[in-house]
Design a protein around this ligand. Structure first.
Ligand code: SAM
Length: 282
C-alpha cells in the first residue's frame, strides 16, 4: 500500500468530496434522532500543509487554497460553510496550516449522540487519526479493511446514517472490489445513504463502473462530477465524482448550482465540466 493522501489533501477532488459531505450531513442534522457515520477509508484526519509530500505535490494550491485566497463573489451557502470550517480547523493568522480530512469535517457536524465509525488500514495513518480524535467519545477508530467493515459494522443500531467510501484506487481491481462490497452493503442496509468517491482519468474506468452500478437494480443513484481537464487527457486526475445512493431529498437541487460554481474557479483552463444527474432515478 503506497498511497498517501498527504500528496492530495485539499485538491479539487477533496473540495468536491468535502462540500458534498457537508451537504449530506446537514441533512442528517435536521432531525433530532441520532445517526451513524461510517468512513471506510478515513485517512489521518488532518493534513499539515507544511508536510513534505503536500508541499512537493502542491495540489492544494489548485483546490482549497484557490478558494480561500481569491475574494469569491457569494459562494453557494454550503461552500461558504465549507470554507468557514477549513478556516476554523486549519488556518492560523489567516494562513492555511492544515487541511481537515473527512473524519474531522464529519465530526464537526455531528451532535453528542451521533456516532462515527472510522476505518483506516495503514497503521501510521490510523495512529495519527487516533491521536487527532483522542477523547472524542463519538468516534471509534478501527485499524481494519474498510470493505470488510461494510459487512461488520452495517446495519448500525441507528436507523439513519451515511457511509462514505473513499478508496485510493491503487489496486487494478479496486472498482470491481468496490462494486461487490457496495452492493452487499446496500443489501444489508437499504435505508442507508452511501457516497462513493471515484477518480475520472484517461481510459474511462469510472464510466464503466457507473454503467455496472446502473445495471445492478439499485434504485436512486445520483452522480455529481467535477472535471478540471478533459475527461480523456492522458496522465493525472482529470476529474472526480461521487456516486450517491439514496441521496436525501433535494440534494440534487442543492448541488446543481454548486458544481458549476466550483468548476468556474477550479478549472482555470476552461476545459473541465461538471454535472449533477440521476443515473438511476426513484
Ligand atoms: N477519506 C479521507 C478524507 O477525505 O480525508 C481520505 C482517504 S484517502 C483517499 C484513502 C485512505 O484509505 C488512505 O489513508 C489509505 O491509507 C486508506 N486505505 C487504503 N486501503 C484501505 C482499505 N482496504 N481499508 C481502509 N483503508 C484503506
Amino acid at each position: 500500500m503506497n498511497y498517501r493522501h498527504a500528496y492530495h489533501a485539499g485538491n479539487f477532488a477533496d473540495v468536491l468530496k468535502h462540500v458534498a459531505l457537508l451537504a449530506l450531513l446537514d441533512h442528517f442534522g435536521r432531525k433530532p434522532s441520532p445517526y451513524f457515520y461510517l468512513d471506510t477509508h478515513a485517512g489521518r484526519g488532518r493534513y499539515l500543509i507544511t508536510a513534505t509530500e503536500t508541499q512537493r505535490a502542491g495540489e492544494y494550491r489548485g483546490g482549497v487554497l484557490r478558494l480561500l485566497e481569491a475574494s469569491q463573489p457569494q459562494p453557494p451557502p454550503v461552500v461558504a460553510r465549507y470554507l468557514d470550517l477549513v478556516r476554523e480547523l486549519g488556518c492560523e493568522a489567516e494562513q492555511l496550516v492544515a487541511y481537515p480530512g473527512s473524519p474531522l469535517i464529519a465530526l464537526s457536524c455531528m451532535r453528542g449522540d451521533d456516532r462515527a465509525g472510522l476505518c483506516e488500514l495503514e497503521p501510521g495513518e490510523t495512529a495519527a487519526l487516533r491521536s487527532e480524535l483522542a477523547g472524542d467519545p463519538r468516534a471509534q477508530v478501527h485499524e481494519r479493511d474498510g470493505y470488510e467493515a461494510l459487512t461488520a459494522l452495517l446495519p448500525p443500531r441507528e436507523k439513519r446514517g451515511l457511509v462514505l467510501i473513499d478508496p485510493p484506487y491503487e489496486a487494478p481491481d479496486e472498482f470491481e472490489r468496490l462494486k461487490t462490497a457496495l452492493c452487499a452493503a446496500v443489501a444489508r442496509w437499504p435505508a442507508g445513504v452511501f457516497a462513493v468517491w471515484y477518480p475520472i482519468k484517461h481510459g474511462d474506468a469510472a464510466g464503466r463502473f457507473l454503467e455496472r452500478m446502473a445495471a445492478t437494480g439499485i434504485r436512486r443513484q445520483l452522480v455529481a462530477e467535477l472535471c478540471v481537464q478533459r475527461d480523456d487527457s492522458p496522465g493525472g486526475l482529470n476529474g472526480a465524482g461521487l456516486l450517491i445512493i439514496n441521496p436525501p431529498w433535494q440534494l440534487d437541487e442543492l448541488l446543481a448550482p454548486v458544481l458549476p460554481w466550483l468548476k468556474e474557479r477550479l478549472a482555470p483552463t476552461g476545459r473541465g465540466r461538471s454535472r449533477v444527474s440521476w443515473q438511476v432515478p426513484e
